[in-house]
Design a protein around this ligand. Sequence first.
Ligand SMILES: [Zn+2]
Length: 479
Amino acid sequence: MKQQYEIVVGLEVHLHIATATKAFCGCKNEFGLKPNSGVCPVCMGFPGSLPVLNEKYLEYAVKTALALNCKISDKMKFDRKNYFYPDLPKNYQISQYDMPLSEAGLLEIIAKDAAPKKIRIKRVHMEEDAGKLLHEEDNITRVDFNRSGTPLLEIVTEPDINSPEEAYAYLLTLKNLLEYLEVSDCDMEKGSLRCDANISIRPAGQAALGVKVEVKNMNSFKGVRAALEYEQKRQESLAQDNEKIIQETRLWDSDKKITQPMRTKEEAHDYRYFPDPDLVPFEIDPALIKKIKNNMPQLPAEKKKQIIKDYGISEYDAGILISDKAMAEYFLKCAQSYNQPKIIANWIISEILKYLNSKNMEFRYFDLPPAHLTDMLKMMDSGKISGKIAKDVLSDMITSKKSPQDIVKEKGLLQISDETELRAVIKAVLRQHAQVTKDYKSGKEAALSFLVGQAMKATKGKANPGMVNKLLKEEMGNI
Ligand SMILES: [Zn+2]
């Protein structure tokens, strides 16, 4: 019988922290500046310059660690991680080795079609980012040091993830939490959130871990999932053939959809970590931790409970709404001005998400004023426009930025509820479809919806469907 294998994954997320200034100097922490314009002797690694820890960075780091249920260390220190690379002018990176900011956290995830699972967070530590090499078209590589010294958090899980789908769910849950914390823009395209994965396989039931392969260069959550799926297959097929799995770092090629060897993996001792003598070990003031705890924003799990309790939204729909902070806020704003939260939730989850998906757009860029949506829903509620017209008005509002009142007025979309007018339309429909009318009268119920459809078509969707139904039955009774 073929040996069954279990996949074991640990994820390392590098998160760019959105402070105003860099981790250890006063330079602007901003993406997109002119190359090498946001630098100073500290982040350029000039001899004799001294780093000073940014207090806001520490605060955001503590906030994140607490939200991940980590234990904040009593005493922490910074270490030098030594290596040479052209984008690292000091030849070391300020990081944390044996006394990190925090350890032993937990994050609960729900993978597709699975029960909730708790993923242990091994540690959350602080470290500075390196500069950036720009491999340009003239075959010259240039270096931009604007990013060097910008604040990062490294969030490392225990090897608790057992499928590519779980890894994907972990990343989505983490990103969602981080958005609520407002410590990072979490924009993968800007490199604000980067993820490396350690993956190994072991025979099902075996406790010892297999040989670990590190996969890098995945620039989307879907990319992480695809890379892990590929790597799982690759390692399983090596194991089935009794071939050795090598401990190494591999790069994900998103075009070819394969991983390729990059280098054999360094061990921690290769970096010759040692305490940074410029930054002495220190204790975090318990009063600061208390202050951060007391000012913690509402996190996704609490927001979900609130939406279920205060607005009567189903657990499933509330889960969708809170999965994006901007979407949850949009819902809450709408619910303040229109007392039909379920209708609002339905429109956001069905129509608006459908629109955003078709444009591949994130909710935070959706700029339809909440009042336009609720005004439109109120018009539908009071019978001024039909449900079908409402969908057209929504897409018109999104593109033209006009209010629903203006659109309805300009395009003459008011629902027709005038009995005389509708009766005339219906009579014409019945004349045109005499056979269908006969079918209905001889007991074929489905014929009615066809006739309703014809009446709606004749009025370009503006007829009041309830009245059409009623009048159709009446008129047919007269034939
Ligand atoms: Zn600087």
